[in-house]
Write a protein that binds this ligand. Sequence first.
Ligand code: BGC
Ligand code: NOJ
Length: 813
Amino acid sequence: MEQQKRYGHFDDQHREYVITDPQTPWPWINYLGNEDFFSLISNTAGGYSFYKDAKFRRITRYRYNNVPMDNGGRYFYVKDGDTVWNPGWKPSKTPLDFYECRHGMSYTRITGRKNGVEASVLFFVPLKKWAEVQKLTLSNQSNETKNLKLFSFEEWCLWNAATDMENFQRNFSTGEVEIEGSTIYHKTEYRERRNHYAFYHVNTPIQGFDTDRETFVGLYNEFANPDAVMEGKPRNSHAHGWSPIASHYIEVTLAPGESKDFVFLLGYIENEQDQKFAAPQVINKDKAQALIAELNTTEKVDKAFAELNAYWDALLNIYKVKTGNDKLDRMVNIWNQYQCMVTFNFSRSASFFESGVGRGMGFRDSNQDLVGFVHQIPPRARQRIIDIASTQFPDGGCYHQYQPLTKRGNNDIGGGFNDDPCWLIFGTVAYIKETGDFSILDEMVPFDNQPGSEVTLFEHLKISMDHVIKNLGPHMLPLIGRADWNDCLNLNCFSWDPNESFQTTENVSEGTKAESLMIAGLFVVTGKDYVALCKKIGKDAEAERMQQAVDSMIEAVKKHGWDGEWYLRAYDFYGRKIGSNECEEAKIFIESQGWCTMAEIGADEGMVAKSLDSCKKYLECEHGMVLNNPAFTKYIYEYGEISSYPEGYKENAGIFCHNNPWVIIGECIAGRGNDAWSHYAKILPSYVEEKYQTLHKVEPYVNCQMVAGKDAYKPGEGKNSWLTGTAAWMWYTVSEFILGIKPDYDGIRIDPCLPETATDYTVQRKFREADYEITIHPNGAQKGVKSITLDGQPVAGTVIPYSAGKHTVEVTM
Ligand code: BGC
Ligand code: NOJ
């Protein structure tokens, strides 16, 4: 293989990925903020900030899919004599003498050096604060005194990120700002119904400013060479309409060896209706000033940064593995868990592939994300479960998405995705197993957020199961509805009109008969969980009732869902097989193999082993397992969006990383550790880091949603990084099924499934009020625990009974 160019490397000690070349194959981003105030930041300081909801409370403006790429961000311009440069290289793109971007846990540090001056900016959102801190340190590393001109730059978004991009006839007349001292306030629409404003502050007197974009940049210039910066002269412009911005101008003199800190603060404030104004037309700035006062010195900011680091120390101390294999340890201990927090926070709303305006929080997505996050901050997971369940309908169906700001169902995509209800059981069971908190089942939760409609959460789980049972098709398999997990397998859509959405168009004329084997497997897996939960809380009759439904589903799959070498994928509207050897294309699909093997359907008859073998034979390639094989080469009216994608991309035979773990877990349950590991390592970022640098394109420290499959033009190319269910599933797979540390109602179940080559390893696991140090001795076994001791005493079975305190566990396989 040819030597790949490298753009960076891991620094495990600092939990950072260090980017050493600004011209990465695609912007490599990070996320700042953990609750309420969030920012996206690329390795060249591009990106934007928002409060809670990337659509409705966008604070700064960003331009997606622009030329040049990654346009808009927080830019610092240093003018040193005739040279203008930026520490993050963009937007001036002046070649730097040194460049480095360190993406860490909820912070990013970008450092640039030019002609003996270093500018290093630390970006982060302090815990519980509605503000992004940008601590800029300017140092003179030369032998002469430097007289520098420093310009900051942010561009305001007019709050609603969707209308900001389209309603120019209005937008160009609404922009309003105030300037007071070193603070620029953005108050567009504050005069009317908004009770929020934003501000951009610096903790030093300024020698000028700009708030009108055209005045600062010059109408025919670019961010690369704004007029004010190139001339070294701010215009002190006051925006009225058009595009308001915020730019501070500071003159800085640095003796040789001297350095100075500047704390910039981008903040968001909400005022009560009767507290909005200090005087007519003048906003009440009390809260802004209070926030500034908390973060206006280097010491205060350093302290807030230390708190953020301590917060991450604590989060990452909950599950820590030591295998001696750095590539595995860094993903388990750092990056996979970090990505889980990010997906929990954002669902699929805001990334460099999700514009933040199109999609809110997904019902199924959020339930899955929760499984990767629940061990980190259980109370937030609890609240999330209640929020999600509150968007359900009385018949168990639900909105497919909801808006984070209002927590209300968002009707853009409607409902009718028939896998959705099952995921509520998946999420809730994971929460109870982690916490032992059964009281969540008694919480009163409304339907469609309607006050007065509340029933217990347990009742929501029950109607979720019933929703599947009440929607069975001619083969007694679950009706698919709009789609199941695969949003693009639209078997009841039937569209020839390019102006119709695959997601919402529905052919209902003759009733909908399409059935899903993926939901069948999901129903069996979550049904078994539901039965166990019912038994646990003494609802034996309900357990019995659901066990029968699960048994019937298993029979239906064996009878109508088996194709000979693998599980079928679905029956279409006309009752024809999908994902069968009889089909011309797409003879086998991954989703039903994953779910039916996890459900162990037909294990005794050899179905599970055959299905897993078929995945290896037909789906696996160098970069992972593809979704279906062979790819569709033409559009099929009866199948919908899946066949709209060119071969090898997205749901049409892409490596949709999200579902690889399903098969890997199937392998683990079947005890095939070698196969499980080889599938896992193929999509584990640290294992493919070198090819990730160029072929793969997107960030080498997190999973992406999709890698182009073997039928694609460029197999191995990654897309849609960061916000993907892959994060939670990779975590669930490695933490519980490969390393085998599984929270259970009464304790921790130990059941690893490893490659033969695995050596002894130790997991540090905080669990409820306990702290376990678990050492596993695999002895070359792929599966099967022979004996366990807890604090030196033998334990019967594979569950370590829970008790608070510190414990040592030894496991021999
Ligand atoms: C994508 C899916 C996605 C869906 C959401 C489709 O175009 O391929 O991955 O879930 O849109 O609306
Ligand atoms: C992305 C969506 O967010 C997720 O809900 C869906 O399951 C996958 N695409 C597959 O279509």
